[in-house]
Design a protein around this ligand. Structure first.
Ligand code: PMP
Length: 328
């Protein structure tokens, strides 16, 4: 029988899928690593299991303990899944720009969610960093994974994402592209690939974020970009950082669903824009792997919503039709 003992055993070993349409005019092979097939729906399941395993091994998380974390959703889902299976309570702190669907998913897994304003600086007492510090200090038996500083995040990618890409491309990968949020994905995967091969590592960053020289000016794409430099990010790993605008990211996100059958989030669109920019000047002997962190179902009220897209001046994926429109 091929049976997983628990849902946690299905984390990782995600597929590489060739992009065939959005890559028109590109000679290099561009492969997307589809992280939404992880059980929690994102790449963050990988860091969740590694971080909790390590916290248990180090005695930082004890039976009956509580996990407290500031998270934009995906890390929370991963942590909630692992915590639920192992009997821990979860309290998450989320900035209010995060979509309601993502919050409801956290609650569905049994987590408690506290919302904080996006518009305050990180050192403000109401910021999601400050609120989570306070909860972690005041809840007995609390453990704060702190994905921004926890080196088990990049380590999980060094141990799983990187080796999977090397194995599944038979060592032919020449470029790796990923969006940068905590920096865990690019730092761990990139470090592995640079050690085993001659792989160029490229970070994708929302225009305005610190990684591409900005100050952290608000942008709409979720899960990537920063207004500070997290410890999980190793700036020595990427050879290059490419800044991508919200408009470019959202246009590509809608095209991935329409043309490639990939219903993914905005940071996936952003990463593919950067991958295509990087691949433009490459010949057919190159293989670019781009990581798509999550699925599009958490963004149905935003990127895939006509009114929301129009309200920010972006072209919606499809306009609603009348029966007459369809028959004409
Ligand atoms: N995209 C999404 C949707 C995310 O939730 C995250 C994690 N914050 C990322 C990209 C970036 O991954 P990392 O934190 O490993 O840099």
């Amino acid at each position: 029988m091929r049976v997983a003992e628990t849902i946690l055993d299905t984390i990782g070993n995600t597929p590489l899928v060739k992009l065939n349409h959005v890559t028109e005019g590109i000679a290099a092979t561009v492969l997307a690593k589809i992280e939404y097939v992880n059980p929690g729906g994102s790449v963050k399941d990988r860091i969740a299991i590694k971080i909790i395993d390590a916290a248990e091994a180090e005695g930082k998380l004890k039976p009956g303990g509580t996990i407290v974390e500031p998270t934009s959703g995906n890390t929370g889902v991963g942590l909630a899944l692992v915590a639920q299976q192992r009997g821990y309570r979860c309290v998450f702190v989320c900035p209010d720009k995060v979509g309601e669907d993502k919050i409801n998913v956290l609650k569905a897994y049994g987590a408690e969610v506290v919302m904080t304003p996006t518009s305050v600086p990180p050192d403000h007492p109401e910021s999601y960093y400050s609120v989570s510090d306070r909860l972690a200090a005041e809840i007995p038996g609390a453990y704060k994974p702190n994905q921004y500083e926890n080196l088990n995040g990049p380590a999980s990618h060094y141990e799983s994402t990187g080796p999977e890409i090397w194995r599944d491309t038979d060592g032919t990968v020449t470029h790796f592209v990923a969006g940068v949020g905590t920096g865990g994905t690019i730092s761990g995967t990139g470090r592995y690939l640079r050690e085993v091969g001659d792989v160029t590592v490229i970070g994708a960053d929302p225009e305005g974020s610190v990684y591409s020289g900005g100050t952290g000016r608000p942008y709409l794409v979720e899960g990537v970009g920063e207004d500070m430099w997290p410890g999980a990010y190793d700036p020595k790993v990427p050879h290059q950082i490419i800044a991508v605008t919200d408009a470019e990211s959202f246009e590509m996100t809608t095209r991935l669903a329409l043309e490639e059958g990939l219903l993914v989030g905005g940071s996936s669109g952003m990463a593919v824009v950067a991958a295509i920019k990087a691949a433009k000047d490459l010949g057919p002997e190159h293989t670019v792997v781009v990581l798509l962190p999550d699925g599009g179902r958490g963004y149905l009220g935003k990127i895939f919503n006509e009114g929301w897209m129009r309200s920010y001046g972006f072209a919606p994926v499809a306009e609603e039709k009348t029966v007459g429109d369809v028959l004409s």
